[in-house]
Design a binder for this molecule. Structure first.
Ligand SMILES: [Zn+2]
Length: 489
């Protein structure tokens, strides 16, 4: 017998069941497409995305020596994609954390709110927040005898287009791409980036005291060095010692601390959450897309005809999701990493095995989306399906887990139980009357045994354990003996 998950011994009358998981009821994954161990390992990484499994696999095949973490990180950085192909819209363009690069672009008509930097801070405008930070930085530098001036700040899509085209008259596209962004892909369009004092490699800005001051202090004002030396492969641009990007002080300091480029930092920190509906859909597709049953009628809260419905139906069938019928299932709700871990754990679980991991009740409750009491049987059943459990409750042995391996109907005389409850209350410093407590116990018994649904009664195959007159130690000994006898251990 494996370690019990929890042991709740109630001194009161209760049903007591011990139920090692039964694997037979666990629905296996469709045979058409089982997730491989490699895919499981991949999906278990915190920054992995189920919808990118194919890309991870292809990249890993290309670089078999690379560690899984590297594969996932590089694909997340779109390094498996040709730049300027499969371009996606930059998420949340108004955020100071917006990521704009050769894979993520701003719309042609995107323009932020702007504020001129003003004299003596150089030319151009930035978003108000970034403009204030720039002026504070320039003032701070001046106090140290350093002069900072913007030579280029916000540039519209069309300005960038003109600039880029001008370069194309002098150099080949491949060369221009190393130092000039194509329109829509320039950070200058965000209104958060400024070129300081120069924008020319020939100026060798990196050899100046100004540069040394900037790399030491820019973070404190919320700016980062966006295109550092030696990171050309990641950023897609050559070292630009003059180009600084405002991200806010907190993020700037975190980027400095991480030693990463902004692209890498964003890949690691911005876990773009996937929704439950998306997860259901992706798992459904990964496993061959063969939902066997349509969505039951009771799931009427879900938007009929939605793309994700077959995926959700499949996930329900696989017992990977619940709460749809009760309205507690939110298709748009983000999937947490712990939820994903449970789903994958379930999928990967070898038949007949139920290693208890650090999964907590909280995770289980989240998995089922059914934290409320009235739905507890479903949650308890689901938990027992995958783990060895010890549960207690009025109807555990009869309704919730009728197939439990060991069932104990734990009981004691009403007087004994009232005495225990009374002693408990007194110990807690509460005022109590024994007569009142006894009456309460008797009333509860009558209520519980008379219930229409799942009444309190001894399951036919349950062993009766009467603990009247026994001490706690004697009661535990009695239970242990019954368990050993039943399981023959
Ligand atoms: Zn620049």
């Amino acid at each position: 017998m494996k370690k019990p998950v929890f042991w709740l011994l109630l001194a009161a009358l209760c049903l007591f069941s011990l139920a090692p998981a039964w694997a037979a009821e666990g629905a296996p994954l469709p045979q058409e497409r089982e997730l491989t161990q490699w895919e499981m390992d991949c999906l278990a990484l915190p920054n992995s995305r189920p919808d990118r499994l194919d890309r991870y696999a292809a990249w890993a095949a290309k670089y078999p020596e690379a560690a899984l973490e590297t594969v996932v990180a590089q694909v997340n950085l779109d390094q498996d994609r040709t730049v300027y192909q499969d371009v996606q819209a930059a998420a949340d363009p108004d955020s100071t954390a917006v990521l704009v690069n050769k894979h993520y672009a701003l719309a042609q008509d995107y323009a932020p709110e702007l504020e001129a930097l003003g004299w003596p801070y150089g030319s151009g405008s930035l978003r108000p927040e970034a403009a204030r930070a720039f002026r504070a930085m320039a003032d701070g530098a001046r106090a140290d005898g350093i002069a900072l001036r913007s030579v280029s700040a916000y540039r519209s899509y069309n300005q960038q287009k003109n600039t880029h085209n001008r370069y194309l008259k002098q150099y080949k596209q491949a060369v221009v791409d190393t130092f000039s962004a194509r329109p829509g892909h320039s950070e200058h369009q965000t209104g958060l980036a400024a070129d300081i004092n120069t924008a020319s490699l020939r100026a060798h800005f990196e050899r100046t005291d100004t540069y040394r001051w900037l790399v030491e202090h820019c973070w404190d004002y919320g700016f980062i060095l966006r295109y550092p030396e030696g990171k050309e492969e990641v950023t897609g641009y050559c070292f630009e010692p003059w180009h600084y990007r405002y991200v806010g002080v907190e993020t700037a300091l975190a980027v400095k601390e991480s030693g990463l480029t902004f692209d890498e930092y964003m890949e690691q920190t911005s876990s773009q959450p996937i929704t439950r509906a998306q997860l259901a859909d992706q798992l459904y597709q990964l496993t061959g897309g063969n939902a066997r049953s349509p969505l039951p009628d009771s799931y009427k809260d879900l938007q009929q005809g939605a793309d994700y419905l077959p995926g959700v139906a499949w996930a329900l069938e696989q017992k990977l999701m619940a709460g749809v019928g009760t309205g507690k299932f939110d298709p748009e709700g983000a999937v947490s990493q712990s939820y994903l871990a449970v789903v994958l754990y379930r999928l990967a679980e070898p038949e007949g095995e139920s290693p208890r991991t650090a999964l907590s009740w909280a995770v289980e409750a989240e998995l089922m989306g059914l934290p409320e009491d009235e739905e507890a049987p479903v949650t308890q059943r689901e938990l027992a399906r995958t783990h060895d459990v010890i549960m207690d409750g009025r109807d555990i042995g009869t309704v919730v887990l009728p197939q439990a391996d060991v069932k104990i109907f734990l009981t004691a005389s009403p007087e004994d139980r009232a005495q225990r409850r009374y002693a408990e209350l007194i110990e807690r410093g509460q005022e109590a009357s024994f007569a009142f407590v006894l009456q309460d116990v008797k009333e509860r018994d009558a209520r519980d045994t008379g219930r229409a649904a799942a009444p309190l009664r001894q399951a036919e195959d349950a062993r009766r354990a009467d603990t009247s007159g026994l001490t706690l130690e004697e009661s535990l000994r009695l239970l242990l003996d019954i368990i050993k006898e039943t399981l023959q251990v």
